[in-house]
Design a protein around this ligand. Structure first.
Ligand SMILES: *Cc1c(COP(=O)(O)O)cnc(C)c1O
Length: 815
């Protein structure tokens, strides 16, 4: 496949092949004849790293010596996806790599496949962080991503015979990992526990009980055509107490390594929850571990070799963006560092701290905001709890001075005496708070953080999320990228995505529309081949590919999709609809459920069994096909999204903060069926209401239903198709006759249905007719798909970063 738009390095393919040979020989000690594709992957990766090294060092040097404030993006998750192809693209070495690998006698795909995706995130939040650091580097903003190098990332998902989810550990570091540079000489000490004592002069000193060594593992983040290579610094926990000799002498070996195990557990595993709060001590240890190491690292970087740095200039050197509440303990930590370690007074420390931090909120439900028991913070971080208490006293005095009434002050407490509310601490302790889509930011102000918005209206801002067009268009969809470049006559759209608007007139050019349709068709054939190879599935690329991929969560409403699908199946089985009249559709799901999330896991089981029954039923053969490729990750997203005709963004209105999957689909020419939720609202505004399949209740209608006492059974009784679908789940059709298998799920639908799946069913089923009528007119369908691509340039993460620069960070790119 041609990669005509890559910025090409002057290195020839033959030279690059030599560089790979050299790495094979001098790094790995194998000959080309002995080498496996995995060896070539490592050697090629090391060779690309060498090409990026000068730019990386220059970027770091200019960042420290220059006058441009840097961005520190603090995030517990970075869902990077594979590195090699992205690095090749940005180093301008894609074509040379293709040829070099061939010359060495290897298959391009085998080498690419040898890379194990680092799954250091759960879903949207972690992927957003990865898109943002790509954009920061591509725009040329000096930046660090700071996070944790989990030894085990998000679990690998498999399905058992019954279609149930099995979680397997993700051993991503067991093979050579050429991208992360472990820098033992730049490690930091992070301490926990113990007590606080008062010094003779009245100052406080923390006497911690134990410490771990935070070792940075550095990943290069090359910008596309910017010449800049930023750093993603992920911390790994190492023990100081390698061996307790005394204990060992008593030959109690396991006891001797206990402290080491305890310390190193901190970076052992990524919590597999998505948006549900998890009150685990280890999680708080993780949060403090990476934030404390990162703050000390930034001081080391920006005040090199200085014992007494002038930290009043810290906010001019770096601004820390808190990606959700996970890093919020950084606020009391910077206070502690300035007061206890560098001797500043409280007011100076507070002024620096509030100027340094900003907070991105990803949550809508007040009950989902992270809260820590004060007892736990007191135990792990006693000095921080004291600082938080003092912040609370100062905050209350400030509110009283502002004339805020007592009831509201009570509601706004950061520290209640029992608990610490991290979102409130972040809002008070930083300069800005932003939501991640317009609707979400409005709801933050009106509901979730209303008291704060009323008191501090100037703190609140919106920055709508975005995705990187380099990974999600250029790498994922090279055919469409080439067609866009052909249509626009330039490849500059890859760094200026609003240029896609220039495609709009081509939606009326039948020749272009046919080329666009051919790209989609070829991508579908590719995906069918991929699904055959990876999963053993037989997808028919001549059917509509209808995709729903995202974490499995009740609010996202995979249930709505599966119930509508079952209703369709029931129509055909009952003879209400003739199979001949059914437009053939292939429905593809991808989703991981949190291991402890019972109803989500049961929904996965149901989908798998609906797939089994429907795909084996001769009555619907070729008409309705359901597939659930396991282990949805960035790699699968990159293969599936470009092949999708119709994507599903059907969350209950007011629950999805933004979504970014929706943006990836629109940019790849899928049409969306969706609710007025998150960024769907803005996507629909931009692509045009006539090019978006809207259905379902609005936020206000949802609120009215809650207020009136929502009764799902009413919908079950009033829509016979919904009733037939739910009855089919109950009657054992998808559980070999066992009527108990899905009983808890059915009971939840009929008596609780908190996210109102049943209430939206009728509207969702009704819009399917409209979708199928349009799909029957391919030219019209693809015209609308082109208009989706043309009008989605706004959803580039480059634009999100420009918005952060302007509204929140007040900094820019390096000269
Ligand atoms: C984009 C992405 C997500 C987020 O999808 P939403 O539909 O916005 O929830 C999750 N996982 C992966 C692997 C992604 O690439």
């Amino acid at each position: 496949m041609s990669e005509t738009t890559a910025p090409k390095s002057p290195v020839t393919a033959a030279q690059f092949a030599d560089e790979i040979r050299e790495q094979l020989t001098y790094h790995q000690g194998v000959t080309v004849a002995q080498a496996t594709p995995a060896d070539v992957y490592v050697a090629a990766s090391l060779a690309v790293r060498r090409h990026l090294m000068d730019a990386w060092m220059t970027t770091q040097a200019e960042m420290v010596n220059g006058h441009t404030k840097a961005v520190g993006y603090l995030s517990a998750e970075f869902l990077m996806g594979k590195q090699l192809r992205n690095a090749l693209l940005n180093a301008g070495l894609t074509e040379q790599f293709d040829e070099a690998v061939k010359e060495l006698g290897f298959d391009y795909q085998d080498v690419i496949d040898a890379e194990h995706e680092p799954g250091l995130g759960n879903g949207g939040l972690g992927r957003l962080a990865a898109c943002f650091i790509d954009s920061l580097a591509s725009i040329g903003v000096p930046a660090f991503g700071y996070g944790i190098q989990y030894q085990y990332g998000i679990f690998e998902q498999e399905f058992d015979e019954q279609g149930r989810q099995i979680e397997r550990p993700d051993y991503w570091l067991t093979n050579d990992e050429p991208w992360g540079h472990v820098d033992y000489n730049r490690s930091q000490k992070v301490s926990f526990g113990g007590t606080v004592v008062e010094n003779a002069d009245g100052t406080k000193a923390w006497k911690p009980a134990w410490s771990v060594r935070a070792v940075p593992v550095d990943y290069m983040v090359p910008g596309y055509k910017s010449g800049r290579v930023n750093t993603l610094r992920l911390w790994r926990a190492k023990s100081y107490d390698e061996f307790d000799l005394l204990t060992f002498n008593k030959s109690e070996y396991l006891d001797a390594v206990k402290p080491q195990v305890k310390a190193e557990n901190i970076s052992k595993i990524l919590y597999p929850e998505d948006s549900t709060p998890e009150g685990k001590a280890l999680r708080l240890e993780q949060q403090y571990f990476f934030v404390s190491a990162s703050i000390h690292d930034a001081i080391r970087v920006f005040y090199p070799g200085q014992d007494k740095p002038d930290l009043t200039t810290f906010p001019d050197k770096i601004t820390f963006q808190l990606n959700d509440t996970h890093p919020v303990i950084g606020i009391p930590e910077l206070m502690r560092v300035m007061i206890d370690e560098y001797g500043y007074d409280w007011d100076t420390a507070w002024s620096v701290t509030t100027k340094t931090f900003n907070y991105t909120c990803h949550t809508l439900l007040p009950e989902a905001l992270e809260v820590w028991p004060a007892s736990l913070i007191g135990e792990l971080l006693p000095r921080h709890l004291e600082i938080i208490e003092r912040i609370e006293r100062q905050f209350e005095a400030e509110l009283v001075a502002k004339g805020v009434d007592a009831a509201q002050i009570e509601r706004m407490k950061i520290y209640t005496g029992d608990a610490v509310r991290m979102a409130y601490l972040a809002t008070y302790g930083g300069s800005h708070v932003n939501g991640v889509a317009e609707l979400h930011s409005e709801l933050l102000k009106d509901v979730t953080l209303k008291d704060f918005s009323d008191t501090y209206p100037d703190k609140f801002a919106n920055v709508t999320n975005g995705v990187t067009p380099r990974r999600f268009v250029k790498l994922a969809n090279p055919r469409l990228s080439d067609l866009i470049t052909e249509g626009l006559g330039t490849d500059k759209w890859l760094t200026d995505l609003e240029m896609l608007k220039g495609l709009a007139p081509l939606a009326n050019d039948d020749e272009f529309v046919k080329k666009f349709a051919a790209v989609k068709q070829a991508n579908k054939v590719d995906f069918a081949n991929y699904a055959k190879r990876e999963y053993g599935f037989d997808l028919d690329p001549n059917t509509m590919f209808n995709t729903m991929v995202k974490r499995l969560h009740e609010y996202k409403r995979q249930s709505l999709k599966i119930l509508a699908l079952i209703a369709r199946y029931a129509d055909i089985k009952s003879g209400k609809v003739s199979a001949d009249d059914v437009m053939p559709r292939t429905v593809i799901f991808g989703a991981k459920a949190a291991p402890g999330y019972y109803l989500a896991k049961m929904t996965i089981q149901l989908i798998n069994n609906v797939a089994r029954v429907v795909n084996n039923d001769p009555d619907v053969k070729g008409k309705l096909n359901v597939y659930f490729p396991w282990n949805y990750n960035v790699r699968l997203a990159q293969h599936l999204i470009p092949a999708t005709d119709l994507d599903e963004q059907i969350s209950q209105a007011g629950k999805e903060a933004s979504g970014t999957g929706n943006m990836k689909f629109a940019l790849n020419g899928a049409l969306t069926v969706g609710t007025l939720d998150g960024a769907n609202v803005e996507i629909r505004e931009r692509v045009g209401a006539e090019n978006f399949f809207l259905f379902g209740m609005t936020v206000d209608e949802v609120e009215a239903q809650y207020a009136n006492g929502y009764n799902p059974a009413r919908y079950y009784e009033s829509d016979p198709r919904l009733k037939a679908a739910i009855d089919m789940v109950s009657d054992g059709t998808f559980s070999d006759g066992d009527r108990n298998t899905y009983a808890p799920l059915v009971a939840d639908w009929l008596t609780k249905d908190w996210f109102m799946t049943l209430a939206d069913f009728t509207a969702y089923a009704a819009i399917q007719g409209e979708i199928e009528a349009l799909y029957a007119q391919p030219l019209e369908w693809h015209r609308k798909a082109i208009l989706n691509v043309a009008n989605s340039g706004y959803f580039s993460s480059d634009r999100s970063i420009e918005d952060y620069l302007e509204r929140i960070w007040h900094t820019g790119s390096m000269a």
